[in-house]
Design a protein around this ligand. Structure first.
Ligand code: ADP
Length: 306
């Protein structure tokens, strides 16, 4: 079993020809509402790939919260450890997309994600202890993820931190992390490098070495279409991504994390886990949508059969 501790949001997306100016009203062309949040995305990615997944989170039910929980359950994610907050808003992203310029403007309300506390994590203690892999990210307070990783570490459960978005990370949290997954921007930020010292790959190599030297056993740096750099006790190696026609890369990282966690929970090696995560992410980027674009296990091909 995988336990994902993290955020859950409702994304509300209005499409127009262009973004409105302040004070302006524009006719819209389309509207969608879709569940998101890195935590929920990773939980759904893993569930679609066949993992048994429990999600630990706080969800405000003032608007849309119950729909968010129902959507998780519909994907087969166990939500017994999701705490409902009647008085609070859930995480909400109000997104405006301008078709012609391809730009967007976003108002993000963290809502109940910001209230996830170590005491909430204690309620999920049994689930955490019984997991093979515990996954966290940085869209909820780091103290909550730290508490989950502390319980996991005490019981020999593998911890996977996706240090996204790019923030300063509590060294105590990194000290409890078995696998760190970051994109090259997050890697540079964590390693304290100036952005893009040379190529993204060179940045990733230097950052991975710095982070390994700080004691992280395993660092995975995602490099978009280029693939993933693995740094562990066996050294550095780049695993290229499958070549696909990318149409929507939003959620690529979350699909990759869900895939890696799924494979590690199955007892696969790190390199196999990276390949499975990349196979899943490559399919997700070739389709429009975030959770809706994530593949099921049988789409991954025989090499990755459950
Ligand atoms: P993030 O979305 O967090 O910035 P990346 O863009 O690095 O993460 O993507 C994460 C992973 O998704 C990559 O390592 C790769 O496996 C896969 N991926 C992303 N973009 C592509 C692409 N254009 N073609 C194939 N795989 C991709």
């Amino acid at each position: 079993r995988i336990v994902v501790v993290g955020s859950i949001n409702m994304d509300m997306i209005a499409h127009a020809r262009r973004l409105p100016l302040p004070g302006e009203t524009l006719p819209g062309e389309d509207f969608e509402m879709a569940p998101g949040g890195k935590g929920a995305n990773q939980a759904v990615a893993a569930a679609r790939l066949g993992a048994a997944v429990s999600f630990v989170s706080r969800v405000g039910t003032r608007v849309h919260g119950r729909a968010l929980i129902a959507a998780l359950r519909a994907e087969g994610v166990e939500a017994a450890q999701v705490i409902e907050d009647d008085a609070a808003l859930p995480g909400i992203a109000v997104i405006m997309v301008g078709r012609e310029g391809g730009e967007n403007s976003i108002v993000y309300i963290p809502g109940s994600n910001a209230a996830l506390a170590p005491a909430d994590i204690q309620q999920a203690r049994t689930a955490l202890q019984q997991a093979q892999v515990v996954v966290g990210q940085l869209e909820v307070p780091q103290a909550a993820v730290l508490e989950a990783f502390r319980i996991a570490r005490e019981h020999g459960v593998w911890t996977l931190l996706n240090a996204a978005p790019a923030l300063t990370v509590d060294p105590a949290l990194l000290a409890l992390t078995d696998s760190l997954v970051v994109n090259e921007t997050e890697a540079a930020q964590l390693a304290g490098l100036a952005d893009a010292i040379a190529s993204p790959e060179a940045t990733a190599r230097t950052a991975a070495e710095v982070l390994r030297a700080r004691g992280l056993p395993c660092v995975l740096v995602t490099l978009g279409a280029q693939g993933v750099l693995i740094a562990d006790a066996s050294g550095l190696r780049l695993v290229p991504a499958p070549r696909v026609q990318a149409v929507d890369t939003v959620g690529a990282g979350d699909t990759f994390v869900g895939g890696v966690a799924t494979a590690l929970a199955e007892g696969r090696t790190l390199d196999e886990a990276v390949r499975l995560g990349q196979a899943a992410a490559a399919i997700a980027v070739s389709r429009v949508g975030v959770q809706s674009a994530m593949p099921r296990r049988d789409e991954l091909g025989a090499e990755f059969a459950a």
